[in-house]
Design a protein around this ligand. Structure first.
Ligand code: CO8
Length: 264
């Protein structure tokens, strides 16, 4: 399947099973307008169906910003009803990203503020360039994080740290983001995409259905009591014994050869 749509603010490159989705609005530091979010939703719907993408990288155009937030110029004139609608659109689109069947890696190349931090949070993993900066500055604008920040940040870094970031609006650098678990690792800017591709390739070596289902079980499990999560794990674990890739993976191990997975 190929992308047929024309996009004004996004690009998608696909190379050897790795898709790289770039938010391209560098003049305003890749700020997320309604149009950008609508394009993102269409593109994510396509990516979910694309057999040529095993792992998705998400990044921002230019050297300065990943995404500097929701478009403040667009938000300024909104009133209660439109504000809620904007938040609902953002949450719907970011949930599509979070629930994508493929593993996702945010490549944070500069400012990830407000909606930009929330975009990174909706990915499975986050790699940061040394110039990456994170923050949820919404309360300084008279609003709160509205694209999942109050929920995903607290789940990732804990409530104390999430509350400090959200109540103060402070911006933290890559080192601090790494220290609190917001970034998986920090790399020099020029190595960011290569490092993400290396990580993607480590994932791609494994049985694709097992990777997809481990993502599903981790994420669904976080929404339920642990006993239910463990039951879900046992069910999915068992179901994988009906796949050819389970036979292949174990046979390859026992015969000391490289496994060749077929997604069957
Ligand atoms: N929206 C619109 N335009 C932006 C944004 C943004 N979020 N960020 C930057 N820009 C624009 C600037 O206005 C400027 O445009 P112009 O050249 O036309 O004046 C251009 O990008 C370059 O920016 P700066 O000149 O400000 O660059 P600096 O290097 O001086 O500063 C910063 C970089 C620190 C990143 C600064 O631009 C900044 O603070 N940006 C805003 C960051 C922010 O507050 N983000 C959070 C926005 S709120 C949000 O994301 C809420 C999400 C949930 C929404 C819920 C819906 C209700």
């Amino acid at each position: 399947m190929e992308i047929n749509q024309t996009y004004n603010y996004l690009s998608l490159a696909i190379e050897q099973g790795i898709g790289t989705l770039t938010i391209e609005r560098p003049k305003v530091l890749n700020a997320l307008s309604t149009e950008v979010l609508e394009e993102l939703e269409l593109m994510l719907d396509d990516i979910a169906m694309m057999e040529t993408i095993d792992v998705l990288l998400v990044t921002g155009a230019g050297e300065k910003a990943f995404v500097a937030g929701a478009d403040i110029a667009e938000m300024k004139e909104k009133r209660v009803f439109e504000g809620r609608a904007f938040s609902e659109v953002g949450n719907r689109v970011f949930s599509k990203l979070a629930n994508l069947r493929q593993p996702t890696i945010a490549c944070v190349n500069g400012f990830a503020l407000g909606g930009g931090c929330e975009l990174a949070l909706a990915c499975d993993m986050r790699l940061g360039a040394e110039n990456a900066k994170f923050g949820q500055p919404e309360v300084g604008l008279g609003i709160i994080p509205g694209f999942g920040g109050t929920q995903r940040l607290a789940r990732l870094v804990g409530t104390g740290m999430a509350k400090e970031l959200i109540f103060t609006g402070n911006i933290i650098d890559a080192k601090e983001a790494h220290r609190i678990g917001l970034l998986n690792r920090v790399v020099p800017a020029e190595e960011l995409i290569t490092e993400a591709q290396n990580l993607a390739n480590q994932i791609r070596k494994n049985a694709p259905l097992a990777v997809e289902l481990s993502k599903e079980v981790i994420d669904r499990g976080l929404e339920m009591p642990i006993e239910h999560g463990l039951r879900l794990e046992a069910e999915v674990f068992g179901s994988l014994f009906s796949t050819e890739d389970q036979t292949e993976g174990m046979d390859a191990f026992l015969n000391r050869r490289k496994a060749s997975f077929t997604k069957q």
